[in-house]
Design a binder for this molecule. Structure first.
Ligand SMILES: Cc1ncc(COP(=O)(O)O)c(C=O)c1O
Length: 507
């Protein structure tokens, strides 16, 4: 059973069941009501909309809420138990589970090495090439500045002052007044998250996370023996034509914050990885208030915050989350890795000066600081080239997103996705094909893929993949052809993990 148990009330489960759209299997036939009910519960669990370990209503109560017979519900529960999607114990009730072998992959998804990139298309890593010629020009200017630094020891545990100033200025421009002493420069956002985790979280502490969330943070939390508590995003893969896009389920956040007492909350409100969702200020304020009441630190990951390629220029972006509630405990991490270049390995923490000093003290025992030359290059790009670099990267992402939308609709019309307002990827429901099987088949079709279950804290999202917007637009149709080929192989290999229970359920 999960470490903390959500209890799903009968009306809440009835509402969720009504939204559980089953994938169209080949040759679907009508099935008895108990199989349709079991299939919908299975789908909700495997898509992460019902967290693993959620306690389901007693058979009689659910039967009443759904207008079904108790035997139908009992038989559905029995079928789910037999498949490993439900565990029950007398006196403790029934709670959702995933079948054995559904754990999220624990190995890293390795980038395809440059010498193999002719044979295999890398759709695993969501990071763009450097914006050129801006990077090379900034590097040349940084080299010119190097002699002034070379005269000293070169160790800057809090960061080189010009970069701290440039990062603070950017926060201020985005609506969050910031001074350089609130900034710590790190080795990428991963380095920032590592330092913050080390300082604020102990073994066994709970951290409430969005489901889905960024795969490497989830894995890093597991490795440090923190306990992620997933809170499903609403409408992460909305039905075609439904507006709105993904958003937080604030009622569930309040329940988790009140009931599970997490030490921290980890969220990606600005062009979320993997869904690209942008959370509005009202939702951000509500989550901050709930976290404040619960005494939880809010760790905001802004790595993707500058990637609003789908937001019209005259629409203001939400302010950084930390600007919205000065009484909440907010720590923000960010990165140069997505807008500038991942190869710089520059990230940052924005926090109270006292925490910045504490983090700088502890990092002296690990990485000591980020390389000076890389910091100078990042400072040059931020101070001199930001508008031009942004325009360059956002145009590229927008063009790829348009090409991907067209190619997916043409070649894989049963795959479901929302076109997000920004970010680095599409979050795609594969119409019942196992993302794991698809990733395996992809290796044979010449495409490396991130299966959806990497983005769930407990192995959910088996029927999803993340498609990054990294392929240049003209190459997208061929990339999607490889995906379609991999999907056909996965289905042939028995990678159909959907359901043959496709009949509508009267709820
Ligand atoms: C949300 C999020 N956080 C952190 C990272 C890691 O960033 P960095 O490469 O700066 O370590 C990424 C990279 O994809 C990300 O998307």
């Amino acid at each position: 059973m999960a470490d903390w148990q959500t209890t799903v009330a009968p009306p809440a489960l009835a509402r969720l069941l009504a939204t559980a759209r089953l994938p169209e299997p080949p040759g679907a036939a009508r099935r008895p009501a108990y199989r349709a009910l079991a299939a919908r519960i299975r789908l909700l669990v495997s898509e992460g909309r019902l967290p693993v370990g959620a306690r389901l209503p007693a058979e009689r109560e659910l039967a009443l809420a759904l207008g079904l017979s108790r035997t139908t519900v009992a038989t559905a529960y029995e079928a789910l138990r037999a498949e490993g999607y439900l565990h029950s114990r007398r006196g403790a009730g029934s709670w959702t589970a995933l079948p054995e072998g559904s754990a999220p992959p624990s190995d890293a998804l390795h980038p395809v090495p440059p010498d193999e990139q002719g044979n295999i298309l890398d759709l695993g890593v969501a990071a763009l090439p450097a914006p050129q010629p801006f990077l090379s020009a900034a590097a040349a200017r940084a080299v010119d500045q190097l002699p002034a630094y070379a005269a000293g020891h070169g160790h800057y545990p809090t960061g080189v002052p010009v970069l701290r100033e440039a990062v603070a200025r950017r926060f201020t421009e985005r609506g969050l007044p910031t001074t350089p002493d609130q900034i710590l420069i790190t080795i990428g956002a991963m380095g920032a998250l590592h330092l913050v985790r080390q300082a604020l979280l102990g073994r066994g502490d709970r951290v409430a996370v969005e489901a889905p969330s960024y795969a490497h943070t989830l894995q890093a939390l597991r490795l440090s023996e923190a306990r992620p508590v997933p809170v499903p995003l609403l409408d992460a893969s909305p039905a075609p034509g439904r507006g709105g896009g993904p958003r937080w389920d604030l009622a569930e956040w309040r329940r988790v914050l009140g009931g599970a007492a997490p030490k921290a909350v980890y969220v990606i409100p600005d062009f979320h990885n993997p869904t690209g969702a942008l959370i509005d200020e009202e939702q951000r304020r509500a989550l901050l208030a709930a976290a404040r009441s619960a005494g939880a630190v809010v760790l905001v990951d802004e790595t993707t915050a500058e990637l609003g390629w789908g937001v019209p220029a005259d629409v203001p972006l939400p302010r950084p989350t930390a600007a919205l509630d000065r009484a909440a405990q907010v720590v923000t991490v960010g990165s140069a890795g997505k807008l500038l270049w991942g190869g710089l390995r520059i990230g940052w923490v924005r926090a109270a000066p006292a925490l910045v000093r504490r983090l700088a003290t502890t990092r002296v025992y690990s990485d000591v600081g980020a390389p000076v030359l890389d910091q100078l290059i990042a400072a040059e790009l931020l101070a001199e080239d930001l508008p031009a670099v942004r325009a360059h990267q956002l145009t590229r992402l927008r063009d790829t997103a348009e090409a991907l939308t067209t190619a997916l609709r043409e070649q894989l019309p049963h795959w479901r996705f929302a076109v997000p307002p920004g970010g680095l990827s599409f979050w795609v429901a594969t119409g019942g094909v196992s993302g794991t099987a698809l990733a395996r088949a992809g290796e044979r079709s010449g495409v490396r893929l991130a299966a959806g279950n990497r983005f769930g804290s407990d192995g959910a999202f088996e029927h999803h993949i993340r498609i990054p917007l990294t392929v240049p637009a003209p190459a997208v149709p061929a990339a999607v052809r490889r995906l379609a080929e991999a999907a056909a192989r996965a289905e042939d290999d028995g990678g159909w993990r959907g359901t043959d229970d496709n009949q509508p359920l009267a709820v």
